[in-house]
Design a protein around this ligand. Structure first.
Ligand code: HPA
Length: 234
Protein backbone atom coordinates (compact mmCIF):
# COMPACT_ATOMS: atom_id res chain seq x y z
CA UNK A 1 0.00 0.00 0.00
CA UNK A 2 1.08 3.56 -0.67
CA UNK A 3 -0.43 6.85 0.47
CA UNK A 4 -2.88 6.92 -2.45
CA UNK A 5 -3.01 3.33 -3.76
CA UNK A 6 -4.39 0.48 -1.67
CA UNK A 7 -3.07 -2.37 -3.86
CA UNK A 8 -0.91 -5.06 -2.27
CA UNK A 9 2.63 -5.53 -3.62
CA UNK A 10 2.37 -7.52 -6.86
CA UNK A 11 -1.20 -6.48 -7.61
CA UNK A 12 -0.13 -3.79 -10.09
CA UNK A 13 1.07 -4.93 -13.53
CA UNK A 14 4.22 -3.60 -15.22
CA UNK A 15 1.97 -2.13 -17.94
CA UNK A 16 -0.46 0.54 -16.74
CA UNK A 17 -3.08 2.45 -18.73
CA UNK A 18 -4.01 5.78 -17.17
CA UNK A 19 -7.37 7.35 -18.06
CA UNK A 20 -8.16 10.56 -16.19
CA UNK A 21 -11.59 9.34 -15.11
CA UNK A 22 -11.69 6.44 -12.61
CA UNK A 23 -15.06 5.28 -13.95
CA UNK A 24 -13.49 4.99 -17.40
CA UNK A 25 -10.76 2.88 -15.83
CA UNK A 26 -13.46 0.55 -14.50
CA UNK A 27 -15.32 0.50 -17.84
CA UNK A 28 -12.14 -0.15 -19.88
CA UNK A 29 -10.97 -2.92 -17.54
CA UNK A 30 -14.36 -4.67 -17.57
CA UNK A 31 -14.68 -4.26 -21.36
CA UNK A 32 -11.16 -5.13 -22.57
CA UNK A 33 -9.44 -7.20 -19.85
CA UNK A 34 -9.98 -10.79 -18.78
CA UNK A 35 -10.37 -11.48 -15.06
CA UNK A 36 -10.30 -7.77 -14.15
CA UNK A 37 -9.98 -7.37 -10.37
CA UNK A 38 -10.31 -4.10 -8.49
CA UNK A 39 -6.97 -3.29 -6.82
CA UNK A 40 -7.56 0.28 -5.66
CA UNK A 41 -10.48 2.29 -4.33
CA UNK A 42 -8.66 4.91 -2.24
CA UNK A 43 -10.40 8.29 -2.75
CA UNK A 44 -12.55 6.61 -5.42
CA UNK A 45 -9.56 6.48 -7.79
CA UNK A 46 -10.36 3.05 -9.17
CA UNK A 47 -7.64 0.72 -10.44
CA UNK A 48 -8.17 -2.72 -12.00
CA UNK A 49 -5.67 -5.43 -12.91
CA UNK A 50 -6.42 -8.17 -15.43
CA UNK A 51 -5.00 -9.63 -18.61
CA UNK A 52 -5.14 -8.63 -22.29
CA UNK A 53 -4.35 -11.52 -24.68
CA UNK A 54 -2.55 -13.18 -21.78
CA UNK A 55 -0.52 -10.10 -20.77
CA UNK A 56 -1.01 -8.54 -17.31
CA UNK A 57 -2.31 -4.96 -17.40
CA UNK A 58 -3.49 -2.46 -14.81
CA UNK A 59 -5.95 0.28 -15.78
CA UNK A 60 -5.88 3.00 -13.13
CA UNK A 61 -7.41 6.50 -12.96
CA UNK A 62 -4.98 9.42 -12.90
CA UNK A 63 -7.42 12.20 -12.02
CA UNK A 64 -7.43 15.48 -13.90
CA UNK A 65 -4.36 17.70 -14.22
CA UNK A 66 -0.66 17.12 -13.76
CA UNK A 67 -0.48 17.33 -9.93
CA UNK A 68 -2.99 14.47 -9.65
CA UNK A 69 -1.38 12.37 -12.38
CA UNK A 70 2.03 12.96 -10.78
CA UNK A 71 0.91 11.41 -7.48
CA UNK A 72 -0.36 8.21 -9.11
CA UNK A 73 2.45 7.87 -11.67
CA UNK A 74 5.11 8.38 -8.98
CA UNK A 75 3.62 5.68 -6.75
CA UNK A 76 2.97 3.28 -9.65
CA UNK A 77 6.57 3.58 -10.88
CA UNK A 78 8.52 3.91 -7.61
CA UNK A 79 6.50 1.65 -5.31
CA UNK A 80 4.84 -0.84 -7.65
CA UNK A 81 7.47 -1.14 -10.43
CA UNK A 82 5.37 0.04 -13.38
CA UNK A 83 7.53 0.05 -16.52
CA UNK A 84 5.14 1.11 -19.29
CA UNK A 85 2.59 3.88 -18.66
CA UNK A 86 0.12 4.93 -21.32
CA UNK A 87 -2.24 7.82 -20.78
CA UNK A 88 -5.59 7.37 -22.52
CA UNK A 89 -7.69 10.50 -22.52
CA UNK A 90 -9.43 13.25 -24.42
CA UNK A 91 -8.08 16.48 -25.86
CA UNK A 92 -9.19 19.61 -27.66
CA UNK A 93 -7.97 19.99 -31.27
CA UNK A 94 -5.82 23.03 -32.16
CA UNK A 95 -5.41 22.49 -35.94
CA UNK A 96 -8.05 22.74 -38.69
CA UNK A 97 -6.98 19.41 -40.19
CA UNK A 98 -7.58 17.54 -36.92
CA UNK A 99 -11.19 16.39 -36.59
CA UNK A 100 -13.45 15.36 -33.74
CA UNK A 101 -13.01 11.58 -33.05
CA UNK A 102 -9.49 11.55 -34.52
CA UNK A 103 -6.72 10.08 -32.39
CA UNK A 104 -3.61 12.08 -31.50
CA UNK A 105 -0.37 10.37 -30.44
CA UNK A 106 1.63 12.89 -28.44
CA UNK A 107 5.24 12.85 -29.64
CA UNK A 108 6.09 15.80 -27.35
CA UNK A 109 4.18 17.76 -24.70
CA UNK A 110 4.75 21.50 -24.29
CA UNK A 111 3.64 23.29 -21.14
CA UNK A 112 3.81 26.57 -19.23
CA UNK A 113 4.62 24.63 -16.10
CA UNK A 114 4.58 21.11 -14.66
CA UNK A 115 5.09 19.66 -11.16
CA UNK A 116 8.71 19.05 -12.30
CA UNK A 117 9.30 22.75 -12.96
CA UNK A 118 10.99 23.15 -9.57
CA UNK A 119 13.58 20.49 -10.41
CA UNK A 120 14.38 21.77 -13.89
CA UNK A 121 14.66 25.45 -12.80
CA UNK A 122 16.15 27.36 -15.76
CA UNK A 123 16.15 24.28 -18.02
CA UNK A 124 13.37 23.94 -20.60
CA UNK A 125 13.34 20.14 -20.64
CA UNK A 126 11.60 18.64 -23.72
CA UNK A 127 9.24 15.88 -22.51
CA UNK A 128 8.76 13.27 -25.24
CA UNK A 129 7.07 9.91 -25.78
CA UNK A 130 8.83 6.55 -25.94
CA UNK A 131 9.60 6.02 -29.63
CA UNK A 132 8.83 2.29 -29.64
CA UNK A 133 5.39 2.78 -28.09
CA UNK A 134 4.68 5.70 -30.40
CA UNK A 135 5.63 3.72 -33.49
CA UNK A 136 3.60 0.69 -32.38
CA UNK A 137 0.54 2.86 -31.70
CA UNK A 138 0.83 4.61 -35.08
CA UNK A 139 1.07 1.22 -36.83
CA UNK A 140 -1.98 -0.14 -34.97
CA UNK A 141 -4.05 2.96 -35.81
CA UNK A 142 -3.05 2.77 -39.47
CA UNK A 143 -3.81 -0.97 -39.72
CA UNK A 144 -7.26 -0.39 -38.23
CA UNK A 145 -8.06 2.60 -40.43
CA UNK A 146 -8.32 4.94 -37.46
CA UNK A 147 -7.62 8.58 -38.37
CA UNK A 148 -4.51 9.36 -36.36
CA UNK A 149 -2.11 12.31 -36.04
CA UNK A 150 1.38 12.19 -34.55
CA UNK A 151 3.00 15.36 -33.23
CA UNK A 152 3.31 17.86 -30.41
CA UNK A 153 0.55 18.58 -27.92
CA UNK A 154 0.10 21.16 -25.16
CA UNK A 155 -0.39 20.08 -21.53
CA UNK A 156 -2.25 22.97 -19.93
CA UNK A 157 -2.74 23.72 -16.23
CA UNK A 158 -6.23 25.07 -16.88
CA UNK A 159 -9.35 23.84 -18.65
CA UNK A 160 -11.00 27.29 -18.54
CA UNK A 161 -8.23 29.07 -20.39
CA UNK A 162 -7.97 32.87 -20.20
CA UNK A 163 -5.05 33.03 -22.68
CA UNK A 164 -6.45 32.84 -26.25
CA UNK A 165 -3.23 34.52 -27.44
CA UNK A 166 -1.22 31.56 -26.12
CA UNK A 167 -3.50 29.06 -27.86
CA UNK A 168 -2.96 31.01 -31.09
CA UNK A 169 0.80 30.62 -30.72
CA UNK A 170 0.37 26.88 -30.13
CA UNK A 171 -1.72 26.59 -33.30
CA UNK A 172 0.82 28.68 -35.24
CA UNK A 173 3.59 26.32 -34.08
CA UNK A 174 1.78 23.17 -35.19
CA UNK A 175 0.59 21.90 -31.81
CA UNK A 176 -2.14 19.34 -32.51
CA UNK A 177 -4.22 19.46 -29.35
CA UNK A 178 -4.52 20.44 -25.70
CA UNK A 179 -5.00 18.27 -22.62
CA UNK A 180 -3.78 18.48 -19.03
CA UNK A 181 -1.54 15.51 -18.07
CA UNK A 182 0.96 14.21 -20.65
CA UNK A 183 3.94 16.54 -20.04
CA UNK A 184 4.36 15.43 -16.44
CA UNK A 185 3.89 11.76 -17.36
CA UNK A 186 6.73 12.15 -19.88
CA UNK A 187 8.91 13.99 -17.33
CA UNK A 188 8.47 11.18 -14.80
CA UNK A 189 9.12 8.48 -17.42
CA UNK A 190 12.40 10.20 -18.33
CA UNK A 191 13.39 10.54 -14.66
CA UNK A 192 12.76 6.88 -13.83
CA UNK A 193 13.77 5.31 -17.15
CA UNK A 194 10.37 3.85 -18.02
CA UNK A 195 8.26 4.00 -21.21
CA UNK A 196 5.39 6.45 -21.63
CA UNK A 197 2.92 7.52 -24.30
CA UNK A 198 -0.27 9.59 -24.43
CA UNK A 199 -3.00 8.34 -26.78
CA UNK A 200 -5.73 10.96 -27.03
CA UNK A 201 -9.16 11.11 -28.64
CA UNK A 202 -10.27 14.53 -29.90
CA UNK A 203 -13.42 15.33 -27.92
CA UNK A 204 -13.72 19.02 -28.80
CA UNK A 205 -12.30 21.54 -31.24
CA UNK A 206 -10.88 24.87 -30.14
CA UNK A 207 -11.10 26.40 -33.63
CA UNK A 208 -14.48 25.12 -34.86
CA UNK A 209 -16.07 24.74 -31.39
CA UNK A 210 -17.50 21.31 -32.32
CA UNK A 211 -17.79 18.73 -29.54
CA UNK A 212 -18.21 14.95 -29.53
CA UNK A 213 -21.80 14.01 -28.56
CA UNK A 214 -21.78 12.20 -25.23
CA UNK A 215 -23.28 8.97 -26.67
CA UNK A 216 -20.33 8.69 -29.08
CA UNK A 217 -17.62 9.25 -26.51
CA UNK A 218 -17.58 5.65 -25.34
CA UNK A 219 -17.01 4.17 -28.79
CA UNK A 220 -14.18 6.55 -29.63
CA UNK A 221 -12.71 5.87 -26.21
CA UNK A 222 -12.74 2.14 -27.00
CA UNK A 223 -10.58 2.63 -30.13
CA UNK A 224 -8.04 4.44 -28.00
CA UNK A 225 -7.92 1.69 -25.33
CA UNK A 226 -7.28 -0.92 -28.02
CA UNK A 227 -4.53 1.17 -29.63
CA UNK A 228 -2.86 1.53 -26.21
CA UNK A 229 -3.15 -2.18 -25.34
CA UNK A 230 -1.90 -3.35 -28.74
CA UNK A 231 0.98 -0.82 -28.70
CA UNK A 232 2.08 -1.97 -25.24
CA UNK A 233 2.45 -5.61 -26.26
CA UNK A 234 3.38 -5.36 -29.98
N1 HPA B 1 -8.55 21.88 -22.74
C1 HPA B 1 -7.87 21.15 -21.84
N2 HPA B 1 -8.04 19.86 -21.69
C2 HPA B 1 -8.92 19.23 -22.49
C3 HPA B 1 -9.66 19.92 -23.44
C4 HPA B 1 -9.45 21.31 -23.59
O1 HPA B 1 -10.07 21.98 -24.43
N3 HPA B 1 -10.49 19.04 -24.07
C5 HPA B 1 -10.24 17.83 -23.51
N4 HPA B 1 -9.29 17.94 -22.55
Amino acid sequence: MTVHIGAEPGQIAETVLLPGDPLRAEWAAKTFLDEATCVNRVRGMLGYTGTYKGNRVTIHGSGMGMPSLSIYANELIRDYGAKTLIRIGSCGAMQERVNIRDVILAMTASSLSTPSRGIFKELNFAPCADYGLLKNAADVAQNRGISCHVGGIYSSDVFYDERPDLNEQMTRHGILGVEMEAAELYNLAARYGVRALAVLTVSDHLLTHEALPSEERERSFGDMVEIALEAAFA
